[in-house]
Each structure stands twice: as C-alpha cells, then as structure tokens.
Design a protein around this ligand. Sequence first.
Ligand code: BES
Ligand code: ZN
Ligand code: ZN
Length: 482
Amino acid sequence: MESKLLYQPLAQVEADAAAIVLFEDEAAPADLKFAASWLEELKASGEFAGKAGELAVLHLPQGIKAKRLAAVGGGKKASFDSAALRKAAGSTVRTLKQKGVKSLAWILESRDAEAAVEGAILGNFEPDQHKTKSDCKSLESFLVVASANGAEIEQSFARGVILAESQNFTRELVNEPANLLTPLVLAAKAAAMAKESGLDCEILDRDRMTQLGMGSLLGVAQGSAAPPALIVVRYKPEGGHKTTDHLALVGKGVTFDTGGVSIKPADGMEKMKYDMAGGAAVLGAMKAIAKLKPSIPVTAFVPAVENMVSSNAQRPGDIVKSLDGKTIEVLNTDAEGRLILIDALTYAKRLGCTHLVDAATLTGAIVVALGHVNIGAFTNNEEFLGQVMAAAKDQGEKMWHMPLDDDYKDLLKSAFADLANIGGRWGGAISAAWFLREFVDDTPWVHLDIAGTAWLDDAKPFMAKGPSGVCVRTFVKLAMGW
Ligand code: BES
Ligand code: ZN
Ligand code: ZN
C-alpha cells in the first residue's frame, strides 16, 4: 500500500472513499457543506450516534470527487486521543477494504498524521503471506488529507509510515512457521534488514558461544538439529554520542517451543511459533531506529534457538553454567526463555550497554494475571520503568507494573546449583522475572512479558488475528526520547 499526505481541498481528492470522524458530542463540521445535511440526518435518525466503532457509508456524495463518504464514529471528542485515532483509521480501512475500496482519503482534523497513517498501515496488514489464493482484500492507497501544512505534520506522517511498516515487518516474522523460520533463517533475515538499513550486524554461532561460555543458552539449543544463533544488531548515532548511555533491546527468539522433555500439551502447541515475538519486536524497532536516528546508541540482542525434544535434548535435573558463571539447575525444560535471555543480558552488559530492556513471551502466568490486554512490566529501577511506561503510553501500548519484591526471590532456590530455573506454581511471571534479575544486578533493566499481548487469538476491528507486533513502537519512542 502506498500512503500520501495531501494538502488539497477534499472536494478535489479522487478516491474510492473519503472518511471523516464524527463525535458523539459535536455537530458535523460546518465547512463540509456538501455533506452537512446527510451527516445531520444520519445522527438525527439514530442510525449513527458517533460512537467509537460505528461506520456509515454514503455513495455518490454531492460536491466531492470521492465515490463514497464514510462517517466514522469517534466517541467523545475529549477522549479522542492518538490511540483512538489509530484504531479508528485501522477499523475503517479493515471494513472498507473488505467492501472493495482500494483508495481511501482520510480527512485529518488534527495534526496527528502519525496515528492516522499508522492505523491504516497496521489495519491493512493480513497474515496471509503463505496463502496462494488469499481471500483478504487490501487497500492500495491511503491519502491523509490535511488542513494545515508544514514541517511538523510532514514529519509526523513520515514517522507514522516508518513505525507501522517496521511493526508489520515484525508481524510478518512472527507469523512465519517454525519450519521456515529456524534460528539461522531469523539471523539471515536480521542481517538482510541490517544491511538494507545501514546497521551493523553480527551473528554469533554455536562455536563462538561455546568459546564464550554461554552454557545456559546452549543447553536449550542442544536438543534441536537447527543450530542456534545470537543475533546482534547495532545502531550508532552519527557525529559522536551526546550521551554515555547505551540502550540494549533484548528479545526472546525461540523459533519454536515444544517445551522440550517437559513437553507441552498438543492442544494449541502450533501457536508456539510466536515464541520469538520479543526477538522480532526488537528487530522491527531497529529497522525504524535506523531511519529515525535517535541520539543514543542502541544495540539489539536476539538469542535464537529452537526448544525441541530429541536424544540430545536437555533433561530435567541437568545443571548448566551461564555466561556470568552462575550454575542453574534446569528443573523444567519448558522454562527455556529465561535460560537463553540471561546469557544475552550478560553479553549486553559486557558490550557496555548501560540500560537493558527485554521483551519475551516468557510465561503463561502473565496471561493468567493480565489477560490479553496489558504487557507485564518488571524492573529493578523504578525511574527507568517510568521512562519505558511513558513511551508505551504515548504509543497506546498498555503496560502494567508488576511487583518484584525481595520476598519472591527465594522461590528460585536449588539444592544442587546456584539457582533453579523455575519457582513453583504461584506467581510464575514474577519468579521468571526474578530469574532474569539475578543476572542484571544493578544495571537499570525493564522486563516486558508479552506472552499475552504478542498474539491476537481473535481479530480486532482495527487489526487482523495473529501477530500484533507489540513493543515495536514503544521501543522506538523510548530511544527517540533519550
Ligand atoms: N513460551 C512459554 C510461555 C508462553 C505461554 C508463551 C503461553 C505464550 C503463551 C514459556 O517458554 C513457557 O513454557 N513457560 C512456562 C514456564 C513454566 C514451566 C515455569 C509456562 O509459562 O508454563
Ligand atoms: Zn517454554
Ligand atoms: Zn517459550
């Protein structure tokens, strides 16, 4: 889909449809003379009240070149923020494209071209890359019709295109099945993205990781015929750093999680291809960061492995040695995410990263706690978490601050090693976070458990079923705000 920012008067814009947002508590804009009576009548009839999610379509509207005029409910004017605009644009695109609309002109009342174009690009995405005959229709062009021009709105629009396309890049990676996306394929795709974006990329293979002593990561990888990779993608600001800070984005990259010998039930196991959603999110963020050029250096780390069952697979009771030297008793081979993340986090610290953020589909327990709405956010540094949560709020990605008191730490005691990799039945998302925390020490760190939010089991009006691409926009905003 191509998207464009236009300053033309709406009357002259040629499109299959033009869309305007109407609010519950506000009359239709008087300058839309051509449509004023229709819009008024629509509201008076009770058929359309302007509530969020409503859509009414008029064919052959008088006075404009567009073939249809769509009234889009915006809800209450005061609560129509950028998250609401993003959803409204997304829902409109998804409804109208199914009706055969190929080009849509969006009448923008604010300066927030970013949210409008993001909503459209995200809404137009379908996870149909492997259908030879897709039944999904798609929009070919999205035109943002702005009333004010200037650098601000142009930058806002450009940013929106970059962010949404990067988020869709992530979604496409997450949707890849595990037979087609092994750790080395993920590494090759990361390298190709880096090359195209002008970023450095280094892939650590099994030998290199053995040499370094990443026993925790390698223990998970040993059960698969597909070799592991630690993917490192670097962005450095031009013209020297203005800050001594260095942000690390670490993403869990389990291309498939069978659970290993502590095997998962068959029901729903196919979804475990999305166990690399954290890794895909940090790669998507890097793609956008390369274009938007924040002033802080950012390095992404994706430990990529496949958690399989075989005669080489790790057993419950195995004791492995992590890169930082601590020994771990593997009581459950299905708690593999934390085992690969700690070696990546330790490596990030060794490379000089001063602030660590990880995203991982880490626990079923976070889905029990927060459902599919909020990301679970954990930290050892409240101030840094505040920064991450502010970025998330700005981007309409919901996060909930989870506890990480010292009282939970004892859950990970092992009789035979420094630590066990599981903490018992209750508070599972918290003990998982504590396991990571044992390896970051005092370095400011935020852990985002995205097991409940990286995959939509049902389509939303504004987004297709499947991978959501969550965290990409938050990560970029975090880096840009440094
Ligand atoms: N990848 C899973 C977590 C997960 C569950 C992601 C549901 C998405 C949806 C993770 O590796 C896992 O299996 N965690 C175990 C930990 C347990 C053995 C302590 C879990 O949550 O059951
Ligand atoms: Zn697992
Ligand atoms: Zn997993």
